[in-house]
Design a protein around this ligand. Structure first.
Ligand code: GDP
Length: 528
C-alpha cells in the first residue's frame, strides 16, 4: 500500500475527561467495535484508586496498567485507529499535556450529571490553545442528569467552545428512550441491555413522519421535534471549522450500555483528521514527505526489574520508520538503529518492520532519550511543542545514603528524563530541588529511586509558590543585573540551563513582575 494511502487511513487521537466520566468504558467499547478485544472488562482503568493499599503501591499498579494501555490500536472499516492513553488524575496532568502533543484530535467525555469538571477544563484549555479538533461525548444518559440544552450552554461557557449537537437525546435517566442522530438522520432506540452490541437504527429522514410517534410515543415525539427546532440555533456542522478547532460537534450516549458509541465512531472516522503536518524549529514538516521524522513524547521505565531498559514512545510525523535503519538522534548527534521497535495493537506489543505517520513506535532505550527528542534521517531540526509547566510543589532532595550517591544521581537523572518531575539547581548553593505538578510524584520518586536504583533520598520542605522561567528583554541591562542580585536566593537553573525564579507567594510574583517590567516570567518552559 502506498504511504499516501496509509496516511489517509490513520486516525490518532486521545480521550480526555475528568476521572470517572467514563473514559475507560468508552475506550473499551471502541475496541469492541474494532474487534480488538472480545469482552468488556479487558481494558483496565489507569485511575488512581484510594483504598486499602498505600499510595505508592497504587501508583505502581497504575504504572503497570499504563504501560499496557499507552497506545491502543485497532482497525475499524479499513481505518487504523490509534488511541493514546491520557491519565485523568490531576497529579499526572503533565503526562497528559505531553501526550496531547502527539494526537491529531481528541474526544472529550463529559458526565451528564456532573457536567464540566475541573480536569476537563484544564485539558480542554490545552487543546484549545493548540487548535486540536475536538468531539464531545456526553456520557451516562441512562442516568438522571442535566438537561441537554443546559449542558450545551455549560460546555460553551466553561470550556469556551463553540458547539453543535450532532445527536440529541430522547428523554434521560429512567425515561431515556434513545437518540436522534442528527448526523445520520435516524433514530436509535435504547434497550438498556449492555449485551446487545449493535442496536437497531430506524431511518427517520423527515421528523414529521408519524412513525416517530409510534416508535417513542407521541409526547416524546412532540418534545423531540420541539427540541430539535430549538437546537437549530447552533451552527450547522462544518468540517473545516471542526478541523481548525473552531467548532466542536457533540454526541450523547451511554458508554456502559454501548449506546451511541457506534454513531460516535462512525462520525469520528469520517470527520477526524488524518495525521497532520507539524512545525519544527526550521520548517513545517508534512506527513507524506519521503524521509522519516518523529519525536519522543513519552518515556516509560520497564516494570520488570530484570530488564532495566526503558521504552521511548515516538510519534511518526513523516515518512516511514523502518526496523534496523540508522536514524539521527538530533540532540546528541548520534545515529541509532533499532532492531526491535514495538508497534501497539489493542493491548499487545509486537515487533514491526515498518510504521507510518500517525503511528506510535515504542523504542527500547538505555538512556539516550529525553522527552521532546527528535529523530530524523539526517536533517538537523527539532520538533517544537513539548513544554514543561510551572511546578507547584517543591522540596529539597537530599541523599540519605552516602554510599549510594552515584545511584542517586543516575536515578534522579533518568526519572527527570522520563518527565516524572523537574529538577532545579539553586544558583546560590547548588542544592537540588525537585518541582512537581502533583504532590503524589514525591512518593513516586522516592519509591522508584529505592526499587529501581537502590538509592535513598530524603526530602526537606521548601516554601515556593510557583517557579517561572525568566526571560530578560536585554540580558545586559541594569534591570536584569539588579534582578539577579536582589533575587539571588530565589534563582535556579533547570535541566536545560534556563534561569528559573522561585516565587514564595502569588503576591511576590505580582510585585516582581511590576518592579521588573522588562523581565518576562513564563509559566511554560518553552517560550522562544
Ligand atoms: P474513567 O475514570 O473516565 O476512565 O471512568 P470509567 O470508564 O472507569 O467509569 C467510571 C464509572 O462510571 C464506572 O463505574 C463505570 O461503570 C461507570 N459508567 C461509565 N459509563 C457509564 C454509563 O454510560 N452509564 C452509567 N450508568 N455508568 C457508566
Amino acid at each position: 500500500m502506498s504511504i499516501k494511502r496509509e496516511i489517509e487511513r490513520r486516525r490518532t487521537f486521545g480521550i480526555i475527561s475528568h476521572p470517572d466520566a467514563g473514559k475507560t468504558t468508552l475506550t473499551e467499547k471502541l475496541l469492541l467495535f474494532g474487534g480488538a478485544i472480545q469482552e468488556a472488562g479487558a481494558v483496565k482503568s489507569n485511575k488512581i484508586k484510594k483504598g486499602a493499599t498505600s499510595d505508592f503501591m497504587e501508583i505502581e499498579r497504575q504504572r503497570g496498567i499504563s504501560v499496557a494501555t499507552s497506545v491502543l490500536a485497532f482497525e475499524y472499516e479499513g481505518i487504523k485507529i490509534n488511541i493514546l492513553d491520557t491519565p485523568g488524575h490531576k497529579d499526572f496532568a503533565e503526562d497528559t499535556f505531553r501526550t496531547l502533543t502527539a494526537v491529531d484530535s481528541v474526544i472529550v467525555v463529559i458526565d451528564v450529571a456532573k457536567g464540566v469538571e475541573a480536569q476537563t477544563e484544564k485539558l480542554v484549555e490545552v487543546c484549545r490553545m493548540r487548535n486540536i479538533p475536538m468531539i464531545v461525548f456526553i456520557n451516562k444518559m441512562d442516568r438522571e442528569g442535566k438537561d441537554a440544552f443546559e449542558l450545551l450552554d455549560e460546555i460553551e461557557q466553561k470550556l469556551n467552545l463553540r458547539v453543535t449537537p450532532l445527536s440529541f437525546p430522547i428523554g434521560m435517566g429512567y425515561d431515556f428512550k434513545g437518540i436522534y442522530n442528527i448526523w445520520e438522520k435516524n433514530v436509535n432506540l435504547f434497550s438498556g441491555s449492555s449485551r446487545k452490541n449493535i442496536e437497531e437504527t430506524i431511518e427517520i429522514e423527515d421528523l414529521s413522519n408519524p412513525e416517530l410517534d409510534e416508535l417513542i410515543g407521541s409526547d416524546a415525539a412532540h418534545t423531540l421535534r420541539e427540541e430539535l427546532e430549538l437546537a437549530k440555533i447552533y451552527p450547522t456542522f462544518n468540517r473545516e471549522e471542526y478541523l481548525n478547532g473552531e467548532l466542536q460537534p457533540v454526541f450523547f450516549g451511554s458508554a456502559l450500555n454501548n449506546f451511541g458509541v457506534r454513531e460516535l465512531l462512525d462520525c469520528f472516522v469520517e470527520i477526524a483528521p488524518k495525521p497532520r503536518p507539524k512545525e519544527s524549529d526550521t520548517r513545517l514538516v508534512k506527513p507524506d514527505e519521503k524521509d522519516f521524522t518523529g519525536f519522543v513524547f513519552k518515556i516509560h521505565a520497564n516494570m520488570d526489574p530484570k530488564h532495566r531498559d526503558r521504552l521511548a514512545f515516538v510519534k511518526i510525523v513523516s515518512g516511514t520508520f523502518e526496523r534496523n535503519t540508522p536514524y539521527l538522534h538530533v540532540r546528541n548527534g548520534k545515529k541509532l538503529k533499532f532492531s526491535s521497535p514495538n508497534a501497539f495493537f489493542a493491548e499487545k506489543k509486537q515487533i514491526v518492520d515498518i510504521s507510518y505517520p500517525g503511528d506510535i513506535v515504542g523504542l527500547h532505550d538505555t538512556g539516550n532519550f529525553k522527552i521532546g527528542d527528535t529523530l530524523t534521517e539526517g536533517e538537523e531540526m527539532q520538533y517544537k511543542g513539548i513544554p514543561s509547566f510551572s511546578p507547584e510543589h517543591f522540596k529539597y532532595i537530599n541523599n540519605a545514603d552516602p554510599m549510594k550517591s552515584k545511584q542517586l544521581e543516575k536515578g534522579i537523572d533518568q526519572l527527570m528524563d522520563e518527565g516524572v518531575a523537574q529538577l532545579f539547581i539553586l544558583e546560590l548553593n547548588g542544592r537540588k530541588v525537585i518541582g512537581t505538578v502533583g504532590a503524589l510524584q514525591f512518593e513516586v520518586i522516592q519509591y522508584r529511586l529505592e526499587h529501581e536504583y537502590g538509592a535513598s533520598c530524603r526530602y526537606e520542605n521548601l516554601n515556593v509558590h510557583k517557579a517561572c522561567w525568566v526571560e530578560p528583554n536585554d540580558p545586559k541591562s541594569d534591570e536584569f543585573k539588579e534582578f539577579k542580585r536582589v533575587k539571588a536566593k530565589y534563582l535556579a537553573k533547570d535541566k536545560r540551563d534556563q534561569l528559573v525564579f522561585f516565587a514564595d507567594s502569588a503576591f511576590t510574583l505580582q510585585m516582581t513582575q511590576t518592579k521588573y517590567p522588562n523581565i518576562k516570567l513564563h509559566f511554560v518552559s518553552e517560550f522562544k
